[in-house]
Write a protein that binds this ligand. Structure first.
Ligand code: PEP
Length: 268
């Protein structure tokens, strides 16, 4: 982590939740944070929720007594966005709609979208562009499969995934966030070691620097949890986390926020 770049702790709720569960989870994060500290977290905290719940969550964050009485500010992100701004695209959701629902961020190119919905690097780049056009910060996910890692191709794969985005965005590439999510570590309980993650983050940092986007935060995602967050976030090129399973447990998610907060605050 580098204090000159933003630190982002983002929960990816995936296809989980209900109106009642969402409210309980958000209030639980607020309560758990209050119990730990009274200062506002020195990192950006974000939850990326299913589209249908975005407006509910936005309203809940603004109105919940539990959250308003704490120092935590929770920002809202979506999990996908259309490449198009409106029209005959059944089932899609445009960036302007996400913005109106209260989002500030959107995940693009998550490996589950690449795997189950055939999203290509070109589609992912177009989605990032559509998000930026509406003032949403895209969190661009990149990551290699286990077979690609075993073949020694991890850096080549993630570099190509990122290049598609920076080539399309040009100077606007400086406005994105990146998440390195090794596919073999997502939802498997198998985490990249801090050294493995740092190696890829350093390569991504070099690529971003060449694209004149050196200040872009690079998050790590893949079974980050309360126990391993501190070691991962201590790495010089890891600027936060994109967290799936652990973001559904208020105490665990809050401990990850707390680890990021402590690292940003530095030794006293
Ligand atoms: C994710 O899906 O973005 C993710 C990192 O999931 P998990 O933390 O559950 O591995």
């Amino acid at each position: 982590m580098n204090p000159n770049r933003p630190t982002i702790i983002a929960g990816n709720w995936k296809m989980n939740g209900s109106r009642a569960a969402n409210a309980a989870l958000l209030d639980g994060i607020g309560q758990a944070w209050s119990a730990l500290a009274h200062q506002a977290p020195s990192c950006q905290v974000l939850v990326c929720a299913p589209t249908v719940y975005l407006s509910q969550i936005s309203e809940h964050i603004q109105s919940s007594v539990q959250i308003k009485s704490t120092s935590i500010a929770i920002h809202l992100g979506a999990q996908d966005v259309s490449t198009q701004s409106s029209g005959a695209y059944t089932g899609e959701c445009a960036a302007g709609m996400l913005k109106e629902a209260g989002c500030s961020h959107v995940i693009v190119g998550h490996s589950e979208r690449r795997q189950y919905h055939g999203e290509t690097d070109t589609t992912v780049a177009a989605k990032a562009k559509a998000a930026l056009a509406q003032g949403l910060q895209p969190i661009v996910c990149v990551g290699e499969t286990l077979a690609q890692r075993d073949a020694g191709q991890a850096i080549t794969v993630v570099s190509a995934q990122l290049k598609a985005v920076t080539d399309l965005l040009q100077t606007d590439a400086a406005r994105i966030a990146v998440a390195y999510e090794p596919v073999w570590a997502i939802g498997t309980g198998r985490t990249a070691s801090p050294e493995q993650a740092q190696e890829i983050h350093a390569a991504l940092r070099n690529a971003l620097t060449s694209a004149r986007a050196a200040g872009v935060p690079i998050l790590y995602g893949g079974s980050m949890n309360a126990a391993n967050a501190q070691a991962l976030l201590s790495q010089p090129d890891i600027d936060g986390g994109l967290i799936g399973g652990a973001s559904l447990k208020p105490a665990d998610f809050t401990q990850i926020i707390s680890a990021a907060h402590a690292l940003r605050a530095g030794p006293h």
